[in-house]
Design a binder for this molecule. Sequence first.
Ligand SMILES: [Mn+2]
Length: 429
Amino acid sequence: METIIEADIVSQDNEAREKALKADYAALGEQLSRRGIAIDDILARVRAFGVAIPSWGVGTGGTRFARFPGVGEPRDIFDKIEDCAVIQQLTRATPSVSLHIPWDKADPKRLKQAAARFGLSFDAMNSNTFSDAQDQKLSYKYGSLSHADAAVRRQAVEHNLECIEIGRTLGSKALTVWIGDGSNFPGQVNFARAFSRYLDAMADIYAGLPDDWRLFTEHKMYEPAFYSTVVQDWGTNYIIAKELGPKAFCLVDLGHHAPNVNIEMIVSRLIQFGKLGGFHFNDSKYGDDDLDAGSIDPYRLFLVFNELADAEISGAKGFEPAHMLDQSHNVTDPIESLMLSAVEVQRAYAQALLVDRDALATFQDDNDALMATQTLKAAYRTDVEPILAMARLESGGAIDPVAAYRRAGYRQKVAHDRPAVASGGGGIV
Ligand SMILES: [Mn+2]
């Protein structure tokens, strides 16, 4: 398997850090064993954990106001796959790439070869009916799958079926549908009729889904429509998954909720009724800010993973969540942000595995609110960095991914081949 960063650079950087890591790992192992936890079990689970990288995440993002291009940005999907390969080489936490059609449209055989070179696979396919592609016959300005005009809905359905076809060639096993449909004015759209049209169109897409595929629908409270969106909240999303059938699941994007919404409880509800499809990880302060996972509220990320670890450990039926990062990197090197975000997601998972679930259940039964919450805090306060670093080292990655990445000078190197993009226009990616 090919790697992009020179192996010598990674191993030299690791050698300088390995002694300290081993000491820290042994100390943490001792501490955890006093709590009845075998550190190697946690290590094995962390090593098996992966989060997908969205192809659009490796480009520099922007806001509605402007986009300030970065240096050495990927020119096409093949450059994007190389950037994803760097992230996986150094973190060993991101084994797959999630494509977006039509942005990443290319010969599927070439795409497959490009990913296989670096041992990457393809995660869920993402369709796009929230913007108009070049040469597209009918516009999505007033909606796509819920559009008043049947011809527009048909075009949107066909596009999704095409995404499935491309995904089949690539070995993908899921389609994620997020639509921008909604309204900006009270009265603009009849809520019930628009939702009925959406459900009918989704049923046509569902009918084209291979037996071993899953269909993920993603809710979003607002934006691009600012008064109402057709797939607004997790309740609507649950209805969709329930109406469509057993291959349909709900995707939770952490940024697609109102501030302060109890997302971990939504996660629990979806798990309880077998409809949690997976996550788009990011963080936010005010809205759909698309900030780096765990950068604003790492405790919330932990609480989400507390629900996931609980489901995993208790063997919840049909529990197989798909994990993906979905962020916009406006002021950082996207590769660095994605590496650290993948590590943050792993960190929340490792911390959640440390929760003493028997003690927690007892405190809950005894109505001991203080000790119940302290049980969660005890896990959250544990510095699991030695486990994460050891997982990377043992899997062939870097103890300190950002240090190794900077030492390799990857961004400066690719800047030579990838000319600066002049675009200063708006553009959320
Ligand atoms: Mn998303």
